[in-house]
Design a protein around this ligand. Structure first.
Ligand SMILES: CC(C)(COP(=O)(O)OP(=O)(O)OC[C@H]1O[C@@H](n2cnc3c(N)ncnc32)[C@H](O)[C@@H]1OP(=O)(O)O)[C@@H](O)C(=O)NCCC(=O)NCCS
Length: 157
């Protein structure tokens, strides 16, 4: 198993996402998800000034996250770590940044949706204080038909 990297490890660099990053991001997106986002979805998030961040490891994009902020709540739309760099603490660092960002902007809670079958991501979020608060039936496309989304939320204390 890979070593977990500390947040202040000099090999790590967290910065805003730019359109020039989308080639690298789409490669990770394709590798990580059976139903990946396309370039236009990412471009729309950048255009609409969502909170879009990349986490670089040794100068290469290893993870990214996108969040919207409403008046009282944040919505984490995507958080993804390159499959070859998972279990190194990168997801955790990025999630912590996004939650701190939302909290600093007076969000009372952060929401997200996750595929019911994505048990790894559900455990990941549960370990960091998210709880299941709802279900969207048939929310996602699936190989055979549709799949439910679990809505998870974390109150900002
Ligand atoms: C879910 C994901 C973001 C986790 O990122 P990661 O960098 O591998 O996770 P970390 O190394 O930061 O792990 C953080 C914690 O989550 C736990 N965790 C991570 N992946 C897990 C898994 N698949 N199953 C169970 N626990 C998991 C770790 O054990 C760790 O817990 P601990 O510190 O209490 O021991 C990553 O696996 C991923 O990008 N998956 C594909 C995309 C995806 O499904 N995104 C979520 C969509 S909503």
């Amino acid at each position: 198993m890979s070593a977990v990297l500390a947040l202040d490890d000099p090999r790590l660099n967290l910065r805003p996402m730019a359109e020039a990053d989308l080639g690298d991001i789409l490669q990770i997106e394709l590798a990580a998800y059976a139903f990946p986002w396309n370039r236009n979805i990412f471009k729309g998030c950048l255009r609409d000034n969502y909170c879009c961040r990349v986490l670089e490891l040794d100068g290469e994009i290893a993870a990214y996250a996108i969040m919207t902020l409403g008046p009282d709540e944040a919505h984490l739309l995507n958080l993804c770590v390159d499959p070859g760099r998972q279990s190194m603490g990168l997801g955790d660092h990025l999630l912590k940044f996004m939650l701190d960002y939302a909290g600093a902007r007076q969000a009372d809670a952060t929401f997200l949706e996750v595929r019911a079958s994505n048990s790894g991501a559900r455990s990941f979020y549960e370990r960091r204080g998210f709880v299941e608060v709802g279900l969207r039936t048939g929310y996602y496309p699936a190989r055979f038909g549709r799949e439910d989304a679990i809505i998870m939320a974390r109150e900002m204390v």
